[in-house]
Design a protein around this ligand. Structure first.
Ligand code: PMP
Length: 402
């Protein structure tokens, strides 16, 4: 007998797991469409509409026939200049616009960074808890993800000692994410510098995902290439407009890195997507060059929700809730609730707990298994204040009766 799945699709695709975060969101949206009063803490997606001046720029762009055409695979020159200027303004270093590639979201940038660096059997160190896409993409590139876990006692941040212990002759790269999805942890300048120096000494490449750079509530952003400029020749930076400007649906991200590597990546992009939608690129120009006060306004709202959610979840017995400093996620440890019977169900894993929460409280959360961190639940607080409070109250109610 043949294995149907393995004969019909490649082994690489057969092994690929669906995005757990999108799966939770899809289930919550389906329940909502069916009339269930579901509250979604699942998606990492701001609830705000994209600011009006950005939408206006896109509407004007859509009416201009020059934007009805392909652009260069690496993106519009104007947008790459805007990204270069913004990088200088934020991080204090210059990037040649020729070394910037515009991508369909930060997600494509992560994928292309891996395609650019990984040969079969290369190892890539992924600090866990990690964003769910990283290991899948490494495997898609025939590489081996090497998870290095750090728990709440270390603020979910890895140390150089841990990295060194995980390094082998096959280690090609490290994927760093600060502020972190899913934990909200933010690496300090000292920590980033130590990791950068380790990479420099060992020759390990770094893919640094800085997509949450503007969402820090407590402390400030430390940019890897500002901390360790010498690392430039072995670093790929990933970023995008999705989180900062409430533009998840527009699909604009970017990457920059050494010229020789970016040239090859542009060739690759020319074959797989040609370019990012021209109108979306025009919207991204408006986002990066326009009024930045919109970013601050959204940040104030996220900060308020962060505090509310942390304090409400802390009232639940069995939840241990560190205060996240960045991004828009609360990562709660729920190990104390596992191994018990709750509402007639035996709950052994955080995946089962998340299922129970959805069924019994109509609240969608993402189980820690998706991030290499069983015993945890991730709550996105990028949803409206009222929904957030109602959702947290339902959880308090559910676990009060446990
Ligand atoms: N990196 C991280 C850490 C993320 O959380 C996300 C979105 N969930 C992305 C990259 C990709 O974002 P997008 O493709 O929407 O730009």
């Amino acid at each position: 007998m043949t294995n149907q799945t393995s004969t019909r699709v490649s082994q690489r695709l057969a092994a690929l797991q669906p995005s757990a975060t999108l799966a939770v969101d899809a289930k919550a949206k389906a329940l909502k469409a069916a009339g269930e009063p579901v509250i979604g803490f699942g998606a990492g997606e701001p609830d705000f509409p994209t600011p009006a001046h950005i939408v206006d720029a896109a509407v004007a762009a859509a009416r201009d026939p020059k934007n009805h055409k392909y652009t260069l695979a690496k993106g519009l020159a104007e947008l790459r200049q805007a990204i270069s200027d913004k990088t200088f303004a934020d991080a204090g270093y210059r990037v040649d616009p020729e070394d910037i590639i515009v991508t369909n979201g930060g997600k494509q940038a992560v994928y292309q960074a891996c395609v650019a660096l990984i040969d079969p059997d290369d190892e890539v160190i992924i600090p866990a808890p990690y964003w769910t896409t990283y290991p899948e993409v490494v495997r898609l590139c025939a590489g081996t993800p090497v998870e290095v876990f750090s728990g709440a006692e270390h603020d979910y941040k890895i140390t150089v000692d841990q990295l060194e212990a995980a390094r082998t002759p096959r280690t090609k790269a490290l994927i760093l994410c600060s502020p972190s999805n899913p934990t909200g942890s933010v690496y300090s300048a000292e920590e980033v510098t130590a990791i950068g120096k380790w990479a420099l000494e060992t020759g390990v490449w770094v893919i640094t995902d800085e997509i949450y750079q503007h969402l820090i509530y407590d402390g400030e952003m430390s940019y890897l290439l500002a901390c360790v400029p010498e690392l430039r020749d072995q670093t790929i930076v990933v970023n995008g407009v999705a989180k900062t400007y409430a533009m998840t649906g527009w699909r604009v991200g970017w990457m920059h890195g050494p010229s020789d590597v970016m040239k090859k990546v542009a060739n690759f992009e020319s074959h797989i997507t040609s370019n990012v939608a021209n109108v979306s690129q025009r919207a991204a120009i408006a986002a990066l060059t326009g009024d930045q006060s919109v970013v601050e306004e959204m940040k104030v709202a996220f900060d308020r929700r962060r505090k509310t959610l942390v304090s409400m979840l802390r009232e639940i017995t069995g939840f241990t809730v560190p205060t996240p400093r960045g991004a828009f996620y609360v990562f709660a440890h729920v190990g104390d609730l596992l191994g018990w019977e709750i509402r007639g169900r035996q709950i052994q894993t955080s995946a089962e707990l998340a299922e129970l929460i959805l069924d019994e409280a109509q609240v969608a959360v993402v189980p820690g298994e998706a991030f290499g961190a069983p015993e945890h639940l991730r709550f996105s607080y990028a949803l409206g204040d009222d929904d957030l409070v109602t959702g947290a109250q339902r959880l308090q109610e559910l676990f009060r009766t446990v």
